[in-house]
Design a protein around this ligand. Structure first.
Ligand SMILES: [Zn+2]
Length: 475
């Protein structure tokens, strides 16, 4: 992601995407074009693999660019960490594009912490993330900073040189167009760039948090989880294809992720190396809805990376602190007088005893922490999806819940790219993917996957009726 990279896409205020002399009416068309040029490249993730000279130059650690030593000392029982996070929300100059609400930010933090706590099924990492409560000058903050700038919104202009918070002490997350990717990190930490001013995690604002405007199946907040995996030193599970005999020095350097020939499409197991693919791994390209886990060795590599390459970033923390609701020390779903009593007991104490009461991570429990504690007084917010089952029994859909409502996303592999042949003519719009004019719909979906994956809406119908598609002679 060099700042001078040529042919970087630029989104105009009206949503049109310009790349060199090409013009796309939206990002979906742009991505479909990228895929037509290179089937493996849908700009899912723009994290650059390390160059050969970077691999050669490293200082030896247990989590190098070309080797991994998953020593038990890096296991999550050996102390736990909090990583302070600052989120820079970058909109275009008018603020029309790029806005991310506080609500979406808090849903993103919850999803990130659930993934790293193993709530979704993976290995608990012992790493949690908190929006920063003090800025670099020591002043109180909510950890969110908002900027409006057309160049920065389009991921250009070296914005980090102006707005980054000390990258050795904060994880700097930026939301903007992410150069047309869903997300990327600027470099792997073991390249030696961890903590430098350009050190960053960038996520397309439309796929940030839950229920973002990009829509299903990229509306559950797992793009950030994937990119933070890179930020903590993990490769893609398909890095280096099937790899070689030494699983700690080839492929993704991780021995407990099965070898994988190519990135997963949707949620399909290709079995390209003679064993099941890690379809549900956060470091794959599966649909976000199918991602659920980091493996034990991935966890050790991330913790090794934190200790070796980001030594000033992780703040030691009590492993029992994690709750969806800061201040709810006894995890009963309420911040109340019982919690206040525990806070008073921790007053003025330093070191490990301060547990979860040191809200601003300054090493002691003081008046500042009382103020922050009372901000969360009362009932804790509940995930509106926690008690909802969305399984509709149809094996051709992926069913999940976001922000309290169910999503059913059609699988292309099940019944062809356009799903069910009984869904209706593609010369009409309808609420579910699928149509009975198979060739026409495939041609349109090559240009605009939305039509077959999410909804055959009016814009898909209009394309079918436009006369521009040879496979669509008309109804
Ligand atoms: Zn990636």
């Amino acid at each position: 992601m060099d700042d001078d990279a040529r042919d970087r896409p630029w989104e105009r205020r009206d949503g049109v995407v310009l790349v060199g002399k090409s013009r796309f009416s939206n990002w979906r068309e742009y991505r479909a074009w990228r895929r037509s040029v290179d089937a493996q490249d849908d700009h899912r993730c723009g994290t650059p693999p390390p160059a050969a000279d970077q691999v050669a130059r490293l200082i030896p650690t247990d989590c190098d660019l070309d080797r991994n030593v998953p020593d038990p000392v890096y296991g999550p029982t050996e102390g736990d960490f909090v990583i302070p996070v600052v989120i820079h929300v970058i909109t275009n100059a008018t603020g029309e594009l790029g806005d991310v609400s506080d609500e979406r930010i808090s849903s993103q933090m919850r999803v990130l912490n659930e993934a790293f706590a193993g709530v979704t099924g993976g290995e608990p990492t012992g790493i949690r993330f908190e929006l920063a409560r003090r800025d670099p000058a020591g002043e109180p903050t909510n950890g969110v900073v908002r900027h409006a700038n057309d160049a920065w919104y389009n991921d250009t202009g070296a914005y980090w040189e102006t707005i980054a918070w000390d990258p050795t002490r904060y994880m700097n997350v930026y939301t903007n167009t992410a150069s047309g990717n869903f997300g990327y990190v600027q470099a792997f930490p073991a390249t030696g760039q961890a903590g430098e001013i350009q050190d960053r995690v960038v996520v397309d604002w439309r796929v940030f948090g839950e229920d973002g405007p990009y829509g299903p199946p990229y509306d559950v907040g797992h793009v950030l989880v994937h990119e933070v995996g890179h930020y903590l030193g993990l490769y893609h599970t398909f890095q280096g294809g099937c790899g070689g005999a030494d699983c700690a020095a080839t492929g993704d350097l991780i021995c407990d992720t099965p070898p994988q020939a190519v990135p997963t499409v949707e949620c399909d197991d290709e079995n390209g190396c003679g064993s099941p693919d890690p379809v549900d791994n956060f470091m794959n390209y599966s649909w976000e809805t199918c991602m659920a886990r980091f493996t034990p060795e991935q966890v050790r590599r991330m913790r090794c990376t934190l200790l070796s390459w980001r030594p000033d970033l992780g703040v030691p923390s009590d492993p029992d602190c994690w709750t969806a609701c800061p201040g709810d020390f006894n995890a009963d779903g309420r911040v109340d007088g019982v919690d206040l009593g525990q806070l008073i007991n921790a007053w003025g104490v330093g070191g490990e005893e301060i547990a979860c009461a040191d809200f601003d991570f300054d090493g002691q429990v003081s008046g500042q922490d009382f103020g922050l504690f009372f901000q969360s007084w009362g009932s804790c917010p509940i995930d509106p999806c926690s008690d909802l089952s969305c399984d509709d029994g149809d094996e051709c859909t992926v069913d999940y819940c976001v922000a309290g409502s169910c999503r059913h996303v059609q699988l292309e592999a099940c019944g062809g790219p356009c799903g069910s042949p009984t869904a209706g003519s593609c010369y009409e719009s309808h609420g579910t993917p699928g149509c009975d004019d198979q060739e026409c719909c495939e041609e349109i979906c090559n240009l605009d996957p939305w039509c077959c994956v999410v909804q055959w809406d009016a814009s898909c119908r209009n394309k079918a009726l436009s006369g521009n598609f040879p496979a669509c002679p008309g109804p």
